[in-house]
Write a protein that binds this ligand. Structure first.
Ligand SMILES: [Mg+2]
Length: 247
């Protein structure tokens, strides 16, 4: 443990970050294509997938659900899109960790970082995190449905910052989305790591607010970046500290 153990933290997103959401997305698009086709509006999973990826590259800030945004793109009226999203058994497929998820969390903990999860996820994701052994390695798990707040609402991030008693500048957020992950964390003064994984990998920045502090192509790449980031904080001891680290 470093002399600064616990004085810096890392919060992780879930989908396309700690857990792979692609099997769940594939099943969801299959279900939607079948439901649309049965309702007299023929649709294919591959066609929906292309529209979903387009939504990921240009997420509508007024529409929190990418599934709803995808259904609007095929011409479904908003109330129909919303009711189909509600009927969709989104969490029927469990989320599974990436091969290096547990090792990365252990490495960060051993290096003295606090680690936690903060994600827009149904409460059922707690079961996936527990089952994978992730929760046991975390100093906090905050899921939107359970908390009653969701990204990009800064209040959601503040719940974790307050629980840890750390200033935003001493906490990094790691996620795959520029709009929901990078932008709100950066606006609060947190460090940000954009993980270029999954359907948001090619999401362009819509402004300086969506440009992260760091970028990584895999979880393994995140660890050295976070070590360098923490070293830069310690080179400027006053930067972002709530109080002096105990020695
Ligand atoms: Mg994600």
């Amino acid at each position: 443990m470093s002399a600064h153990a616990g004085s810096t933290g890392v919060l992780f997103d879930v989908g396309y970050c700690l857990l792979d959401e692609s099997a769940r997305l594939g099943r969801a698009l299959d279900w939607l294509a079948a439901a649309l086709t049965a309702g007299g509006r023929p649709a294919s999973p591959s066609g929906l997938h292309a529209l979903y990826e387009a939504a990921c590259r240009a997420p509508d800030p007024t529409q929190p659900s990418l599934v709803v945004q995808t259904l609007l793109a095929i011409g479904l009226p908003l109330p129909d899109a919303q009711s189909m999203r509600r009927a969709l058994p989104w969490d029927a497929v469990p989320l599974t960790p990436y091969p290096d998820t547990l090792a990365i969390l252990r490495e960060l903990r051993d290096a003295g970082f606090r680690v936690g999860v903060l994600a827009n996820q149904p409460s059922s994701t707690q079961r996936d995190l527990d089952g994978a052994g992730i929760s046991a390695l975390c100093d906090g798990v905050w899921l939107s449905e359970a908390v009653g707040l969701a990204k990009p609402d800064p209040r959601f991030f503040r719940v974790a910052l307050t629980a840890w008693g750390l200033a935003p500048a001493r906490v990094a957020y790691v996620g795959d989305r520029r709009d929901n992950d990078v932008a709100p964390a950066k606006a609060l003064g947190m460090a940000t790591v954009r993980l270029r994984v999954g359907p948001h990998a090619d999401q362009p920045a819509r402004g300086a607010g969506e440009v992260p502090t760091m970028e990584a192509l895999s979880l393994a790449e995140v660890v050295p970046q976070l070590r360098r980031w923490r070293a830069s904080l310690h080179a400027r001891p006053g930067a972002g500290a709530v109080s002096r680290p105990s020695r």
